[in-house]
Design a protein around this ligand. Structure first.
Ligand code: ADP
Ligand code: ZN
Ligand code: MG
Length: 473
C-alpha cells in the first residue's frame, strides 16, 4: 500500500556499501579493524604515497564471490578501475573500484513476504578514510577545522546495487534487513550499521502507477534502518508536493538530516563529477576459476530465506508469519524446530521463543529441555509465568526444566484444590462476586489476584479465569 497522496507510488533502488570481514585491508597488510587509535593502521599503500604498489587480498575476493553467489549472481571476470576525484580522506585522489566489469552481476534477494528484488551488480572497491568536522554541528561548512583518520582507508568494500524494484519504504527497510541477514549468515561482513560497516544510499522517485519512472534523487549514507525508512518517506512526499505544485523534480544527491527529519540538497546532476574512470594499471584483471566458484557454492551456509521456509514447514505455519522471521533472525531456528520435532506444540514453541528468548538469546538451551518445558506448560504443570521463570533459569544453568521447577518450588496447584479455593473466595466476597456477575471487568482481576495471593503465584491465571466463568454460568 502506497503511503503517498494523489495515487502516487514510490520507486526505490538501494546502493549498499558493506565492509568485508577480512583481517587485513584490500591492497596492503594493515589491520582492517574498527575503533583503533586514529592513524595507527596505516602504511605507504593505504596512505597513497608515491611509488607504493597494491597487492590484492585474496580473502576479500573470496568473500565478495561468496556474497555474489548467496545473492544468486553470476560471478564474472572483472577489472579494477581508478575512479578519480579529490577528497581529503582519500589520499591517492582516486578510489580503486570496479566500473564496467564488476565481479558479480544479475542476482536477486527475496524479501520475507516473498517479493523478489533484482540485484544489478555487487562490485569490489576500497573504502576511504574518515573525516570528522570539528565545531559547527559536525557539518563541513561551519566547522572550525577537520580531522582525518586513515585507518579506514583501503578497507575492502562490496557495493550492492539493487534494481529499482522496491515500491514502499517498508519494502526498502525489509530489503536492507534481509541483506544484512545474508551478510551476517555468510560471514561476509558484520554489517553493523551503527559502526558504518553497512551504509545505505537510497534512490527515490515517484510516479503514477504504470507511468514511466520519474526523475530520482539519491539520499546518501543512511546509517540505520529507521533513518532509511524516514528519509524515503520524506523524500517521496517532497517530490509529490513539487509535482503537484506544477514544478519538476531535479535529479540531485541529497543528505538526510536526522535532527530536522528532512533531506537537503548536496549537489545537482549538472554538478555531478566526471570520474574519468580508467583501468587500474597496477592490478591485473581477475578471472575466477569455475572450480573456485563451485567450492564457494558448496561451502555456502543455509541462507535466512531457506531457514525461514524450513522453520515454517516444521511449525506448520505460513512463511510470512512474523514469528518465523524473528526466530531465524535471532538464530534460534535450530532450537525451535528441534523442540517441535521432539513433540513440543509448535504454536507455543514459536511464541515462547519469540517472547522470552529473542531478546536475551538462548545459549546453551537444549531442544530436548525446551520441548519438555513446553509440554509441562501445555499439560498445566506450570503456569505461563512459571514457565517464563523456568526458561530464564534454563538459559543460565544447564539443568532440566523439571529440576528447576522443583528447586523453585513450582508444584502445579491441583485443579480440585483450585476449585475449592475459588468457591471459598466467592463465598467470602459476595459483593465483589455480584459485581463480577453483573459484568464488572475489574472484578475478574480481583478474584485472580486473590487466588494468586493464596497460592503464592503458583496457580495458572487461565485456569482460574476458566473456573470463574464456569461458576458465573
Ligand atoms: P548511476 O549510473 O548513476 O549509478 P544507476 O542507473 O546505476 O545510476 O542506478 C543507481 C541506483 O538507482 C540503482 O539502485 C537503481 O535501481 C536506482 N534507480 C535507477 N533509476 C531509478 C528511478 N527512476 N527511481 C528510483 N531509483 C532508481
Ligand atoms: Zn596500509
Ligand atoms: Mg550505475
Amino acid at each position: 500500500m502506497s503511503s503517498l497522496p494523489h495515487g502516487y507510488e514510490m520507486v526505490i533502488g538501494l546502493e549498499v556499501h558493506t565492509e568485508l570481514a577480512t583481517v587485513t585491508k584490500l591492497f596492503c597488510g594493515c589491520p582492517n579493524q574498527f575503533g583503533d587509535e586514529p592513524n595507527t593502521n596505516v602504511c605507504p599503500v593505504c596512505l597513497g604515497l608515491p611509488g607504493s604498489m597494491p597487492v590484492l587480498n585474496a580473502k576479500a575476493i573470496e568473500l565478495a564471490m561468496r556474497l555474489g553467489r548467496a545473492l544468486g549472481c553470476e560471478v564474472r571476470p572483472s577489472v579494477f578501475a581508478r575512479k578519480n576525484y579529490f577528497y581529503p580522506d582519500m589520499p591517492k585522489d582516486y578510489q580503486v573500484s570496479q566500473y564496467d566489469k564488476p565481479i558479480n552481476v544479475d542476482g536477486h534477494l527475496d524479501l520475507p513476504d516473498g517479493t523478489r528484488i533484482g540485484i544489478e551488480r555487487a562490485h569490489v572497491e576500497e573504502d576511504t578514510g574518515k573525516s570528522t568536522h570539528m565545531g559547527g554541528g559536525g557539518r563541513i561548512h561551519d566547522a572550525g577545522y577537520s580531522l582525518v583518520d586513515y585507518n579506514r582507508s583501503g578497507v575492502p568494500l562490496v557495493e550492492i546495487v539493487s534494481m529499482p524494484d522496491l515500491r514502499t519504504s517498508e519494502q526498502a527497510k525489509a530489503y536492507a534487513a534481509e541483506l544484512r541477514a545474508v551478510l551476517v549468515a555468510t560471514g561476509v561482513s558484520d554489517a553493523k550499521m551503527e559502526e558504518g560497516s553497512m551504509r545505505v544510499d537510497a534512490n527515490v522517485s515517484v510516479r503514477q502507477p504504470d507511468a514511466p519512472f520519474g526523475t530520482r534523487c539519491e539520499i546518501k549514507n543512511l546509517n540505520s534502518i529507521r533513518s532509511l525508512g524516514r528519509a524515503i518517506e520524506y523524500e517521496a512526499r517532497r517530490q509529490v508536493d513539487l509535482i503537484e505544485s506544477g514544478e519538476r523534480v531535479q535529479q540531485q544527491t541529497r543528505h538526510w538530516n536526522e535532527d530536522d527529519g528532512r533531506t537537503h540538497k548536496l549537489r545537482s546532476k549538472e554538478e555531478a563529477e566526471d570520474y574519468r574512470y580508467f583501468p587500474e594499471p597496477d592490478l591485473v584483471p581477475l578471472v575466477p576459476h569455475d572450480d573456485s566458484i563451485a567450492a564457494i557454492d558448496d561451502a555456502l551456509p543455509r541462507l535466512p530465506a531457506a531457514r525461514r521456509s524450513d522453520l515454517a514447514a516444521a511449525a506448520d505455519v505460513a512463511v510470512a508469519d512474523e514469528r518465523v522471521a524473528i526466530v531465524v533472525d535471532r538464530g534460534l531456528d535450530d532450537l525451535a524446530s528441534g523442540a517441535i520435532s521432539r513433540g513440543a506444540d509448535a504454536e507455543r514453541t514459536l511464541t515462547r521463543v519469540v517472547n522470552d528468548l529473542a531478546m536475551d538469546g538462548a545459549s546453551g538451551i537444549d531442544p530436548v529441555d525446551l520441548a519438555s518445558l513446553i509440554s509441562m506448560e501445555a499439560a498445566g504443570d506450570l503456569s505461563s509465568s512459571q514457565a517464563k521463570q523456568v526458561l530464564a533459569e534454563m538459559a543460565e544453568s544447564h539443568r532440566s526444566p523439571a529440576a528447576i521447577a522443583e528447586a523453585l518450588g513450582f508444584e502445579a496447584v491441583d485443579t480440585s484444590e483450585l476449585e475449592s479455593l475459588v468457591d471459598r473466595l466467592i463465598e467470602a466476597n459476595p459483593d465483589e462476586w455480584q459485581r463480577f456477575c453483573d459484568g464488572d471487568g475489574k472484578m475478574q482481576g480481583f478474584f485472580v489476584g486473590q487466588v494468586m495471593r493464596e497460592t503464592k503465584g503458583q496457580a495458572d491465571g487461565k485456569v482460574v479465569n476458566g473456573l470463574l466463568q464456569q461458576r458465573r454460568g
